[in-house]
Design a protein around this ligand. Structure first.
Ligand code: ZN
Ligand code: ZN
Length: 329
């Protein structure tokens, strides 16, 4: 049932200064121009209800692959999954092309740094170092130790030990899968719009524009905004560090309707990173937690650790007491 190795303790420190260099990635920049350019210029001329529905469906599936799959499962080992579900999450995350096609092991390595060094020098995407850096800069200017397999593989031995995940992490496979997926999207649109055995080129283009480029631009923008708001970009900067994480992480309700609650309770997540639910109170629910609860109830996944209201209350009280005991400045 469980395909993960136990999470090993690894040193989350780059080997030398050169590892922290972040050269511009021309492939990431080209993809960004292509995806956002196509979305801006062609979305309206090639709008169709069918393509819009496909794009909305892909947004839900791929968004879930990033938050539930990449974040909670692969990065935090939040639950144990059967092989078929592990494959599904790896495939859909890879098709999401998150962060201009960052491989899943590279993503997990970056996220380990994010938790170990939150909002400090080694955090790869804190808004502490600028809004644009957090929003998209770290996708485009790629830190060597987080984008060179030979370097980041040592940060994630539990993922590298699975050859399937290493395959999904390879750049040629990520780009290859995206080209196959885009071709299938184009073909499906052409067949959908055609009568009998014909091919509708306009509808094929509509599916390609909406299913690949508009969908990517929308999902990526949403996640990038969330990354910045969740770590204290204005107007969230005044919210307190309720659970004493010593980070800029915030519980950020602002994006709830767009993100269905996922990743909203980021201050709680930094306090309890390996728990399945990030809210811990009855009114702080999110779709990923509901999905995990359902999958656990029907026996597909196991090993979820559920955060309770009393866990949260204990932590909140301890944080408040610690603050009171500090000498007044
Ligand atoms: Zn964070
Ligand atoms: Zn996390």
């Amino acid at each position: 049932m469980n395909n993960s190795q136990p999470t090993a303790t690894v040193s989350l420190t780059p080997l030398d200064e050169a590892d922290l260099e972040s050269p511009l990635s021309y492939s990431a920049l080209s993809w960004c121009f292509l995806a956002y350019g196509v979305a801006i210029v062609l979305a309206i001329p090639f709008f169709s209800q069918a393509a819009f529905t496909v794009a909305a469906f892909c947004h839900l599936v791929f968004g879930g692959a990033i938050t539930l799959g990449m974040h909670r499962y692969f990065s935090h080992d939040t639950f144990q999954a059967p092989r078929w579900l592990r494959f599904y999450l790896a495939l859909t995350y890879t098709l999401s092309f998150d962060r201009c096609g960052q491989g899943l092991i590279s993503w997990a390595a970056a996220h380990k740094f994010h938790h170990a060094h939150s909002d400090r020098e080694l955090d790869p995407h804190s808004p502490e170092f600028g809004y644009w850096h957090s929003f998209c800069g770290h996708h485009l200017f790629r830190r060597k130790d987080l984008y060179d397999f030979d370097k980041y593989s040592r940060y994630c031995p539990e993922l590298v030990s699975d050859p399937m995940l290493v395959w999904f992490d390879r750049q040629r496979n990520i780009w290859g899968l995206q080209i196959v997926f885009a071709s299938l999207m184009f073909g499906a649109g052409g067949l959908w719009g055609a009568a009998a055995l014909g091919f509708d080129w306009w509808m094929a283009t509509s599916f390609l524009v909406w299913g690949i480029f508009v969908r990517y631009a929308f999902t990526q923008t949403l996640h990038s905004i969330l990354d910045t708001l969740g770590h204290g970009t204005a107007p969230m900067h005044k919210l307190p560090d309720t659970y004493g994480t010593n980070t800029r992480s915030k519980n950020c309700l602002l994006m709830w309707p767009f993100h269905l609650g996922n990743e909203m309770w980021h201050n709680v997540h930094h306090a309890f990173p390996n728990h399945a639910n990030n809210g811990g109170r009855w009114y702080r629910w999110d779709v990923d937690s509901l999905a995990m609860k359902t999958l656990e109830t029907v026996g597909i996944i196991k090993g979820c650790k559920w955060l309770t209201e009393s866990d949260l209350e204990r932590r909140r009280k301890r944080t408040a007491e610690k603050r009171e005991s500090l000498p007044a400045r």
